[in-house]
Design a protein around this ligand. Structure first.
Ligand SMILES: [Zn+2]
Length: 216
């Protein structure tokens, strides 16, 4: 008999981070967006590659360095082919690599619009007393943990903070901050009192069920 509902939330960012750069044509700092195109320059035995960004105001381009003066032989052939063709999986990976972007751009704006795919890992077989959420975050997201929980559990952020303070919401590993962006491998444990918060925290008796089979 288990009174625990275990779910996995796979959190996929929808909007790639955008560097704010001084745009000479606009005459001020503007956010730049990835064009998902890679420029490759093979000069003898060395290769340079850039991901091309465009100013959201005027379309001016900025080349973000990806490879600099890299010997051709040191590049895995599959990667070289992907760079040549601006392969979409690679350009998405690069565009969402916020740490890499920060290294070559000053101010980087992150976004918190995400797609949350919910999968039931194991159902409760008795009355539900605990909800466990495993967060899978394949690419870094800027979304704060308390905002994610408020959105998905349909509670106010104040309520989320109160639950944490009362020890009814635990984020593991310990020390994980509700105000920090959600990270891969984070585990959340929400204690449910009988009746209270039931529907808001994915009750399969009262809540509607979405197409993944998880109550919403
Ligand atoms: Zn511009």
């Amino acid at each position: 008999m288990s009174d625990v509902l275990r779910v996995q939330w796979t959190i996929i960012p929808r909007t790639a981070p955008q560097p704010w750069l001084a745009c000479s044509r606009c005459g001020e700092a503007k956010p730049f967006r990835s064009s998902d195109k890679i420029r490759l320059n093979a000069n003898g035995k060395r290769v340079d590659a850039w991901l091309i960004y465009k100013c959201t105001g005027c379309g001016s381009t900025w080349n973000r360095p990806i490879l600099e003066r890299r010997p051709v032989r040191s590049i895995e052939p599959g990667l070289l082919a992907s760079l040549h063709s601006s392969e979409s999986t690679l350009t998405r990976l690069l565009a969402f690599d916020v740490e890499g972007l920060r290294r070559c751009a000053g101010h980087v704006e992150e976004f918190d619009d995400v797609l949350v795919i919910k999968t039931v890992l194991s159902q409760s077989t008795t009355s539900l007393r605990r909800l466990e959420i495993l967060c899978s975050v394949p690419e870094p997201v800027g979304l704060r943990l308390d905002r994610l929980l408020a959105n998905e559990l349909r509670l106010s952020r104040r309520r989320i903070q109160a639950l944490a303070k009362a020890g009814e919401l635990l984020a593991l590993p310990r020390g994980s901050q509700l105000r920090r962006p959600v990270r891969n491998g984070l585990r959340l444990i929400v204690a449910l009192k009988a009746g209270e918060d039931c529907c808001a925290t994915s009750c399969d008796r009262h809540g509607a069920v979405d197409k993944t089979g998880l109550p919403v």
